[in-house]
Design a protein around this ligand. Sequence first.
Ligand code: HEC
Ligand code: HEC
Ligand code: HEC
Ligand code: HEC
Ligand code: HEC
Length: 574
Amino acid sequence: MSSAAAKTPATKPKRSRGPLLLALLAAVVALATVGVAALLISIFEHKQEGRTPFVRLVDVKETSTDPVPWGINWPSQFDSYRRTVDDEETERGGSSAMPASKLDEHPWLKRLYAGYAFSIDYREARGHAYMLYDQEVTDRVTQRPQSGACLHCHASIIPTYRRLGLEAEGKEADAETLANDFNWPAVMEGFKLASAMEYSAAHNELLKTPDGTPGEKNPLFPGGNTPNTPANPPASEGKPSDGEDDVGTGEEAAGKVDEHHLGDAHPVACIDCHDPKTMELRITRPGFINGIAALAESDDPVPHMPSVERWRKGNRQRPYDPNVDASRQEKRSFVCGQCHVEYYCGPKETLFFPWQNGLKIEQIEKTYDGHKFPDGEPFYDFVHGETGAHVYKAQHPEFEMWSQGIHARSGVSCADCHMPYQREGAMKVSSHWVRSPLLNTNNACQTCHNVPEEELRDKVATIQGRTTAQIERAAVALTDMLDAIRDAEAAGATEEELGLIFELQKKAAWRLDFVSSENSKGFHADQEAMRILGESIDYSRQAEAAALRLRAPKAPESTREVVPVEGVTPARKN
Ligand code: HEC
Ligand code: HEC
Ligand code: HEC
Ligand code: HEC
Ligand code: HEC
């Protein structure tokens, strides 16, 4: 035995050590087996959790914008989704109590937006349940003309786009056709058509599209189906009628509206983020599809979007498509990026997300600076009411700011914080009560940060406090600048002299607006917010100084001698 073992030591070492080694091997194998089994169980569980099994009791289709039938299949998600009508912070429960006015809280906003509809009504955001209603009743819509593109992010509008697109191509657009196929080309076509309509006309189109619950006319959430409201007026009122939709007023009007009324209008619903066949996450908004494809074409590094980086290295024969290329984790942010972004939405051009140079503020600015409207006029959002400068309006760049922050860089998605998992018995369910994570730090933050709740809240409060203080400082610089520019104009400054100052005003206002309109008050990317505000203050003060210089008499040359270099504080006063 021992000699044989000596001859072939390499192949038979175990034999020589006999039982000891065998036992060891057995132990290792056993451990490994347990390990593999544990891993398999964990993967299995994970999959189970990711894909909680469901029984489909009701069929939902591409026209199912009404979330109620979905609720029968997925009651947990539906219940939390419904809770977006609740408002814990202020206990506002009803639909008519409007959120606080930002204009009253921050009077300088009226000067920032002078001459623009935002200066008449601008409020805090609230739960998703209200998005359609709040848009219908804002003075910005009821007192100023707005475009159909506004509905891109405030209504469950995709089937309406599809219907308009099909009709424009002269194709069949009955309930069955609409329900069976997403049809991207038709959706893109309808998107363009609806964006070009007046707000009320596009809103009326929503009601002419089936919503999956024929005959049922009590939408789950406020807003949507009320005829003859400012948002949804009879076609004969206020503007020339095209005849066909002339529904008159009063009872007669209600009857005629009913005739056209195939479905209710709904705020963001299940179908806006999920494929009804598979329940996979799906991007449905044309604005995002076009915007992210343009971003992919740029060379702005986006390490937090690995699929974009991958597409760039490929053959680029087709545009980047988030529904084909993106990972599930990326889609957990992309579904929110369909709306929580900077955009242009006016009468002169189809709604777009300005990402062709990248997502950072100066890259977006570069896109706007280089952009021309289809009629050839250089791009701008509005003429500033106090100075006449052509300036930009920032919207709610949550997606762009998050992109610059530490969480995006660490692979943390919007849904990780705003739709955290919560346990329901053996299942983990994504909370569809989309809201401030501070109302839910246990599920939203503590899954990753093993620190007490108080500490997390303090950290957020510190960031938000610093950002808010810097916003107020930038606002003082902005109003000082506006005063100085008006004084210079009054003193007879020429248009040419003011030209450069207007450029500075535009840069300063755009930067302040970008951070103050972003809804996390700095949290999504704290250093980036401070950087931008620092630049805003600098541009405001540069513009102010330039405006003051226009009025100041020329200074004589200074004759003061420069003090010679000393080693330390001089001992004697001289
Ligand atoms: C690209 C998506 C998008 C488009 C297009 C859009 N919105 Fe919004 N809107 C949002 C998001 C996201 C919020 C919530 C964040 C916030 O309030 O800053 C919001 C909030 C609002 C609010 C509530 C807060 C406030 O500002 O008073 C109103 C009203 C509103 N939008 C009206 C409009 C109008 C009018 C238009 C068309 C000019 C429009 N929206 C176009 C995404 C959009
Ligand atoms: C704003 C986008 C959005 C809307 C609207 C939305 N969901 Fe989701 N939903 C998500 C995200 C994000 C996830 C997490 C998916 C993942 O990680 O794969 C999710 C997950 C789910 C899941 C998988 C199980 C789970 O809980 O993670 C179900 C089922 C579901 N949603 C049902 C619904 C239903 C029903 C509605 C309408 C009442 C709805 N969703 C509306 C974004 C949305
Ligand atoms: C279809 C457009 C759309 C999509 C998609 C969307 N939002 Fe919103 N969101 C809005 C609008 C509009 C409001 C403001 C509603 C209002 O004030 O009436 C809002 C409000 C919010 C609020 C404020 C809620 C509160 O209680 O104050 C949060 C937080 C939020 N959204 C996060 C998200 C996240 C996270 C996602 C992705 C999972 C997402 N949203 C997807 C349009 C959208
Ligand atoms: C790491 C966690 C985290 C991630 C990731 C994150 N947020 Fe937030 N978000 C917060 C916190 C914290 C606040 C501040 C809430 C407050 O002040 O009550 C906030 C605020 C907001 C608000 C304003 C909420 C309100 O009550 O008015 C919106 C809207 C929002 N986030 C959307 C997004 C979107 C869209 C994304 C992804 C592009 C995103 N967030 C990613 C943590 C996160
Ligand atoms: C999915 C995991 C995850 C979630 C959820 C999450 N974070 Fe984070 N957070 C991280 C990672 C990873 C970092 C990067 C820094 C690090 O490695 O610690 C980070 C960084 C931070 C930082 C900066 C730390 C520093 O010292 O610079 C703060 C503050 C923070 N998170 C707060 C929060 C809050 C508040 C929430 C809930 C609203 C939250 N996080 C949710 C993973 C997460």
